[in-house]
Design a protein around this ligand. Sequence first.
Ligand SMILES: [Zn+2]
Length: 225
Amino acid sequence: MQMQSLKQYLYNPICLSCGSFFVNNHLFCNDCYQKKIAPISEMKMKQLTEKFESYFLLNWIPFESDMLSEMVYRMKSDKCFGAWMYYAEKAADELAENLNIEQIDYIIPIPGSKKTSVHSHIFAQLLGRALRKPILDILVKTQTIGEQKRKNKTERLNKTIRLHEQFTRNLNLLGLARSHVLVVDDILTTGSSFIQSVEALGPVRKATLLTLFHRTANSNTVLVS
Ligand SMILES: [Zn+2]
């Protein structure tokens, strides 16, 4: 028991809601999890465009929920492998109730812009294990500095998602055009990375986005002039 508490203390410091040391992999004590997270972590669908739908577990409105903001922050830190395991399994279970999992052929992570952004890959790996689907890590994100529009303006970073060069020639073998791909990321904001990823993949039978969080703009933002 003592060893277990020490492990919890080291890896998941305190409950994100009440500060208790008795924390589980879901980052809360069981009490807070049941009261505050379980009721709101149900798979929700959002239609991104006419063609594409996305699914997410938790709706995050920054500045409205310190608890969820802290959760996102902690999930993005390097101590949270257990939490990704927990929520990936939950996401896999919940997705199976919303989608015909049988029809998914591949799981494809959206690449992060920095080399250190590995969370979509971790999420994809764990989902792949839970859903028993192969992971195709074939997308890369490149950054090029765009031409400066005006003097003294900050440099514009052009981010593009493209296929990893090593795969482009063998792509036919994957049969993507006949496949339903589950594209995975940690947070859905505008969906533009997803659309870029699908464009980079070329023709697919169907593409669906799955994220853990959906970041929504502040609902009561007031612009003060
Ligand atoms: Zn708690």
